[in-house]
Each structure stands twice: as structure tokens, then as C-alpha cells.
Design a protein. Structure first.
Length: 224
């Protein structure tokens, strides 16, 4: 994926024109990270935000006793640390490359200068931030009102972008369990049950989706 395609795929930049893409690529800085390298740490100055072009980045928090809680995985074409655009202060979490990755970094002041001169781009970005907030609210609703199989079904559907039959888990099953707010054993049981019901086929971290409608029905279920 090239720089322009990564930007066009971002919900944050929905509706960008070719001129917008020229302006955005003009201020972006291309950065490379090796697997395991920190992009930023909690408490670092929030100097801008990022879009992966290649690879994946996990955004996570650490509990006082050092346990890791993954907030989300940033894939190519999805922004992270967007709050740095308007917020004053520091990054509220950690970001670490989980694969060799290439990122586009957008310096905060350069973005603000661009928005000052381009009202339509600013309006589009406000809409994009609203969509991101809705996604976060949906995630919170899922954790509160849905059981593990429902949350797992939604995760797999999102990972497949509702079209890919074959997906690969971007994190270990232990990390995925933490991200779904459950225990590893519960996740394993859910995967086995979904496999027994011919919804998916599991081969290590590779998942084949056999029944999209069945997963959709499962993802829509609420706790009884």
C-alpha cells in the first residue's frame, strides 16, 4: 500500500480530494520500525499521529502490576493517536510495532496549519473523528452487554472486512483474549465451539470463515 492509498482508506480522511492528498503527503514523514520497537510510550509528548502503511502496531496500557491490556491493533489504512491533533499534553498509552512496519507520521502543528487553510478538510476530519468515537462506543457496548463468542465473532468479521474468507490473527491468542476481556481458556473454548458449528476453521493463528451469516447472527446476540 502506498502513502496516498493508506490515507484514502482512513475513516479520519473520508472524502479527501487529490489536492488534499497532495497536501497531506507533503507534510507526512515516513518512519520505519522493526518488530518489537516502541513507537511511543505513555507519558511521551503527543507530537502528532500515525497511519501504518505496512505492518501492524498495537496500542496498549499497562496495569500497576505490569499486565498488558491491548486497546486495539492499528492496521494499514487506520490512524492511531488521533487525539494528538487537538489535545494538549502526552500520549495516554503505549504503541509498539508487532511486525516490521512503515508508518506515516503527521506532525501536530503541520496538520493544524493545514486545517486552518482548508475548512472542508477540517469538517471531513471532524466527521472521521466522530466515526472513530462511535467505534469506541460500540466496543464498550460489546464488552458490557455481549458474551465472549459474540465479541469474538464481531472481531473476526471486522478483521475480514466482511469479505476475506481467510484471516490471520494479528496477535497471539493470549493477547487476543486480553483484548476481548476474557481468559485464554474461555477464548479457546469459544473457538472450538464455533469450529464445531462450522462457522470457522482454525489452523493455529489462521482462521477460515465458513459461514459469514452465522457469524453475523452470533455477533448480534446479547447476553441472556
Amino acid at each position: 500500500m502506498d502513502e496516498r492509498e493508506a490515507i484514502k482508506r482512513c475513516p479520519l480522511f473520508a472524502g479527501v480530494t487529490d489536492k488534499d492528498l497532495d497536501d497531506l503527503t507533503g507534510i507526512a514523514r515516513r518512519q520505519k520500525y522493526v518488530k518489537g520497537q516502541m513507537v511511543f510510550s505513555e507519558g511521551d509528548d503527543a507530537t502528532g499521529f500515525f497511519i501504518p502503511i505496512e505492518g501492524k502496531v498495537k496500542i496498549f496500557k499497562l496495569s500497576p502490576d505490569g499486565r498488558e491490556r491491548i486497546l486495539r491493533i492499528a492496521h494499514p489504512g487506520r490512524t492511531f493517536a488521533e487525539a494528538a491533533i487537538f489535545d494538549v499534553g502526552v500520549f495516554p498509552a503505549y504503541a509498539q510495532a508487532i511486525e516490521d512496519s512503515v508508518l506515516l507520521f503527521f506532525p501536530k502543528q503541520a496538520i493544524l496549519n493545514l486545517l486552518h487553510c482548508n475548512a472542508q478538510l477540517a469538517i471531513n476530519m471532524i466527521g472521521g473523528i466522530s466515526r472513530i468515537l462511535r467505534e469506541l462506543m460500540d466496543h464498550m457496548e460489546s464488552l458490557t452487554f455481549k458474551d465472549v463468542p459474540s465479541r469474538l465473532a464481531r472481531y473476526l468479521l471486522d478483521l475480514s472486512e466482511m469479505k476475506q474468507r481467510e484471516v490471520r490473527l494479528p496477535v497471539s491468542k493470549t493477547q487476543l483474549a486480553a483484548n476481548l476481556n476474557t481468559a485464554g481458556e474461555t477464548l479457546s473454548r469459544s473457538l472450538r465451539k464455533m469450529s464445531d458449528e462450522n462457522l470457522i476453521a482454525v489452523r493455529g493463528r489462521n482462521i477460515e470463515i465458513l459461514n459469514f451469516q452465522g457469524l453475523l447472527d452470533l455477533a448480534a446476540k446479547y447476553k441472556e
